[in-house]
Design a protein around this ligand. Structure first.
Ligand code: ME8
Length: 647
């Protein structure tokens, strides 16, 4: 069997349920796994739960439960939630399993045999919350450096000679520039090692919970020493065959557990036993909320599936899509060097801008125009050079980002082709080509569709269900082979396209929810939508100055969909120069969505915004009224750039 591409997450404490902090690391590992599978690697993706240790025992006591029943219950929540987020792990290890206990005891025994373990008395502080030993000089105002309560401990324990591994460890770090990522974290680790690595206490007095030290039931193995061994236990070690799974290509974690544990204790333990070191350790930064790390102990948790369920309810997108939107948010904002702050406002804003506006628009416009201008199937013709280049660059940038596990950069690379596509549509203006019977039209539409197909492939590891939905609308099978992404062969001429079905309905943000920092600040939206133009007699004369107060501009309809629960109203996304507006108009009886997409319109842009059937409208379309009361939309006599003023 060939060596698998092994990816691990930390094993999470079962003192409480999963939240978006733990989901962040697991999602990063899942994106890595899916990407490597697309590239043809056989992947072994390991996650699990950390169930020994005082922290868990005390949490069980607090809950009034037997520790085993308690860990069974919470571990199963982790095991269930990940598939719910479309996380495809291959193995889930629990440190209460026999396979883990056997590996830990064997590991301990080998280190003892090799003279790396000795007995002594530990006297110092212990932080149960992070299961960490601290010296007096480590404390800050009598607390751990993370601000946790500490307890004084004096015990006869076993110690691991970590100090003797400082040199080989530094040599390994120097020789392997990608061993610790990102660079900022590597520097932290190097300075930690340079301060001098201390021997580590690796056992605690047996509290009746944990893995007994081999040959000494009065002690249990220190929970961190035990937990780290999960990575090798899951490979089947010490039984033969583990070499197919170890060393890991990448071990994902948060920065909190990199320096003291994964980047020093863990490699020293492996060196001690004589096992190879993982290729890369990635220690990402934290997601904060209200200025604090999102954590179980702080109680400021956001449950990822609840976040998705709420989004689905508020936006009316499908639940699968909402789960993908949570995945997207995490991938796009994955904190690397610096912590990032989670806010519901930013989550909503990214949904609207990156998903509804960018990706959703690109999909809807491309499909609608393919139906309108080339009969609804993939045309032949050649893809235009600028599209070829944008596609190649997006794919290459994605790959480069993934070499150093920059999931945030990879996500941005995927979006670069989406952003290119929206601009390309605006500048190549297929509606104008169609009007002039320009022979470039099929090639332009093909270029648009190839960009979409590329986007489908590039977003697949981040948003698998959305990628499937895009493939289905393109009438194509899912693009799962990385080498095919961006190729002409991935888009077969003559394939029937489905009608555009909006995947990401826009979220209506109330004033309170309106994000403080918008990427592209919109001018104050104004305008009351007028469902249908009422014919009114001209009552009073107005002056030219009065008339000048009414601001009219040329716009173009990008998207159109009926407003649910109304047989008159149509919700439109209209581009007016640099800005986009949502306009609700009572034109449904006279126009279908397809009639409207890509049509130019005249918009009154300075009416106060209003809600129609609960949907905000930020402008009004000008229309005449026919004999039956139906709307006849006004449009410029010839194409005018969007945003042009009308007098
Ligand atoms: O430390 N932002 O488990 P744990 C980013 N059992 N990542 C976060 C986060 C946040 N706000 N909160 C949690 C343990 N994480 C040990 C690990 S491994 C041998 C043993 C993620 O349940 C991040 O990956 O406290 C962090 O390192 C991990 O969850 C800590 O999970």
């Amino acid at each position: 069997m060939s060596k698998k591409y092994t990816i691990t997450t930390p094993i999470y404490y079962v003192n409480s349920v999963p939240h978006i902090g733990t989901a962040l690391t697991t999602l990063a590992a899942d994106v890595t796994a899916r990407y490597q599978k697309m590239r043809g690697r056989e992947v072994f993706f390991l996650t699990g739960t950390d169930e020994n240790g005082l922290k868990v025992k005390e949490a069980a006591e607090k809950a009034g439960k037997d520790p085993m029943a308690f860990v069974d219950e919470i571990s199963s929540k982790f095991k269930e939630i990940w598939p719910g987020m479309f996380i495809e792990f291959d193995d889930f290890i629990r440190t209460t399993e026999p396979r883990h206990r056997i590996a830990v005891q064997e590991f301990f025994r080998i280190l003892q045999e090799k003279g790396h373990i000795y007995t002594g008395t530990y006297e110092g502080w212990y932080d149960v919350s992070s299961e960490t030993f601290y010296k007096e000089s480590d404390l800050v105002d009598g607390k751990s450096p993370d601000g946790n309560e500490v307890r004084w401990v004096k015990e006869d324990n076993y110690f691991f000679r970590m100090s003797s591994f400082a040199e080989p460890l530094m040599a390994h770090i120097d020789a392997n520039p990608n061993f610790i990522l990102p660079e900022t974290r590597k520097n932290e680790v190097v300075s930690f090692i340079k301060q001098g690595l201390r021997d580590v206490c690796i056992s605690r007095a047996n509290p009746g919970w944990g893995i007994p030290v081999p040959g000494d039931d009065s002690q249990v193995v220190y929970v961190w020493f035990d937990a780290l061994i999960n990575y090798i236990a899951a490979t089947g070690w010490p039984k033969p065959g583990w070499e197919d799974y170890w060393p890991a290509e990448v071990q994902w974690m948060g920065k909190d557990i990199l320096t003291r544990f994964h980047a020093t204790l863990w490699p020293a333990m492996l060196l001690g036993v004589g096992l190879p070191l993982p290729e890369t350790l990635v220690g990402h930064a934290w997601l904060l909320m209200g200025g604090e790390k999102i954590s179980k102990s702080k109680g400021n948790v956001v449950a990822p599936l609840e976040l998705a369920a709420e989004l689905s309810e508020r936006s009316t997108c499908a639940l699968d899509v909402a789960i993908d939107a949570v995945r997207f948010y995490m991938a796009a904002t994955l904190p690397v060097d610096n912590d990032s702050v989670f806010t519901y406002e930013e989550f909503d804003r990214k949904y609207n801008t990156d998903l509804a506006n960018d990706l959703g628009n690109a999909l809807n416009r491309s499909l609608a125009m393919s139906h309108k201008f080339v009969g609804g199937s993939v045309p032949g013709g050649s893809v235009e050079e600028e599209a070829v280049q944008a596609i190649a660059k997006a794919k290459a940038d994605f790959e480069t980002a993934m070499v150093t596990f920059r999931i945030d950069h990879a996500t941005d690379a995927a979006w670069s082709v989406v952003r290119f596509l929206n601009k390309y549509i605006d500048t190549r203006a297929p509606w104008a080509l169609a009007k002039n019977n320009d022979p470039a039209l099929p090639g332009v539409i093909r270029s648009m569709l190839l960009c979409l197909r590329t986007a489908e492939g590039l977003v697949r590891s981040i948003m698998p269900k959305t990628a499937d939905a895009i493939a289905a609308q393109l009438g194509s099978s899912p693009l799962t082979d990385w080498s095919q992404i961006g190729t002409e062969g991935s888009l077969i001429e003559g394939t029937a396209l489905s009608q555009p079905k909006p995947i990401f309905p826009r979220l209506e943000l109330t004033k309170k929810e309106e994000p403080k920092k918008m990427e592209q600040p919109k001018p104050q939206p104004t305008a009351t939508p007028i469902p249908a133009q009422k014919e009114e007699a001209v009552a009073t004369e107005i002056t030219i100055d009065d008339f000048a107060k009414v601001k009219l501009k040329v716009g173009r309809v990008l998207e159109a969909e009926p407003v649910e629960g109304s047989d008159k109203l149509m919700k439109l996304q209209v581009v007016i120069g640099e800005e986009r507006r949502q306009i609700v108009a009572g034109i449904r009886k006279s126009y279908s969505a397809e009639d409207l997409i890509s049509r130019q319109v005249i918009v009154c842009v300075n009416l106060k915004p209003a809600k129609l059937r609960g949907v905000e409208s930020q402008g009004m379309l000008l229309a005449a009224t026919d004999a039956d009361g139906g709307a006849i939309l006004l449009q410029p006599d010839k194409e005018a750039p969007e945003g042009t003023g009308v007098k």
